[in-house]
Design a protein around this ligand. Structure first.
Ligand code: ATP
Length: 355
């Protein structure tokens, strides 16, 4: 439905978006995820026609819309702030796009009623935006987009001003609605959990460039760059040196198959398990997360590790625990070299690591 081909945008010397290339299928929800300033909004605004592209091409349903003005593109956008007109009723707000298109009055009435029903706001049509809660106002903003039947729905951090509970509910509602309507959707967020919950695929951006594109689980399990690894989920990070093609992690080692040199070894907190042959550390803090316990462990060299463990297996502060990773990821110059379960820890090496 949407093909983005080497889309570029600079502001002076700042490269806001660098040759972005990806496609969005009909019915697919893509999240643009990345830290503040990485270029997410600029990319979305170029797709909407609200920012001019410096280069590249933008195709919607196979048609090049790069040169088309925003109001002539088959896109609709929901912003962080709902941007409803307070002097108009909810119905009039939703009807606005149809009036501009000069649709017959009866058709407008029918379509507005359908759109309000879709977002669960039948019966709210006569209210003013000032008489709505924040969540209801965002639903009206969504109805205003859906009513014009766009080919691509664009959403720029639409729930970020709402409280956490409401945000979660609206995400779920949006996902169900988007599936039902089969609408190609791009959703911008800097919230990793939101992206994981909503997206069919996530596009991770950093400094204007796309770092990796993939389904949430794939990005979580196989981050191809150090940036993605550190941005999606928690990681324990340690600097190491590859010797004889192997990288070491507190006595556990993983084959890297590359020339020796400095590297970064990462392990997920939930990939650490207790083992008699593991590296030893002292528990400095135990945080109760409800379903799991987050345990901070200080290793003998002073490194702090985060370990997620089941609550009934949680140690106490001051206890000594021995940990091994079930999986390690090794990066050099920011790129993935290897990811695998490490070789079993050899007792003599472990002894030297602990002593
Ligand atoms: P946020 O999550 O904070 O909204 P973002 O990932 O959406 O950030 P953008 O707003 O796209 O990032 O900004 C990307 C880069 O382009 C930033 O360095 C920003 O300062 C710069 N930028 C964005 N808009 C303009 C503008 N109108 N003029 C100059 N620089 C801009």
């Amino acid at each position: 439905m949407l093909d983005i081909v080497e889309l570029e945008k600079s502001f002076g010397t700042t490269k806001a978006v660098a040759k972005a290339t990806f496609s969005v299928a009909e019915g697919e929800l893509i999240c643009l995820l990345g830290p503040s300033g990485c270029g997410k909004s600029t990319l979305l605004r170029m797709i909407a026609g609200l920012a001019e592209q410096d280069g590249g091409r933008l195709l919607i349903a196979g048609e090049d819309v790069s040169e088309r003005a925003a109001n002539r593109r088959p896109t609709a956008m929901v912003f962080q702030s709902h941007a409803l007109w307070n002097h108009m009723s909810v119905e009039q707000n939703v009807a606005f796009g149809l009036r501009v298109r000069r649709l017959p009055r009866a058709e407008i009435t029918r379509k507005v009623a359908e759109a309000l029903e879709l977002v669960g706001l039948s019966g709210f049509g006569k209210r003013r935006p000032t008489e709505l809660s924040g969540g209801q106002a965002q639903r009206v903003a969504l109805a205003r987009c859906l009513v014009v039947e766009p080919k691509v729905l664009l959403m720029d951090e639409p729930f970020s001003a709402l409280d956490a509970h409401l945000r979660k509910n609206l995400r779920e509602e949006l996902k169900q609605l988007q599936r039902r309507l089969g609408l190609a959707t791009i959703f911008v967020t800097h919230d990793q959990e939101e992206a994981m919950e909503l997206a069919d695929r996530i596009v991770v951006m950093s400094n204007g460039a796309i770092e990796q594109i993939g389904p949430p689980g794939d990005l979580y399990l196989n981050p191809q760059t150090l940036t993605v690894a550190n941005f999606i989920g928690a990681m324990n990070s340690a600097e190491t040196t590859i010797v004889n093609g192997r990288a070491d992690w507190f006595g556990a080692s993983i084959a890297v198959g590359r020339s020796d040199g400095p590297a970064t070894v990462l392990s997920r907190p939930e990939d650490l398990v207790r083992s008699a042959t593991g590296a030893a550390g002292e528990v400095s803090r135990v945080v109760d997360l409800g379903p799991m316990m987050r345990v901070l462990v200080t290793m003998t060299d002073g490194t702090q590790l985060v370990w997620l463990c089941a609550r009934d297996a949680a140690p106490l502060p001051g206890d000594t625990v021995r940990l091994v990773p079930t999986r390690l990821q090794v990066y050099r110059d920011g790129l993935l070299l290897a990811a695998a379960p490490p070789a079993p820890v050899e007792a003599p090496r472990l002894m030297s690591a602990v002593s």
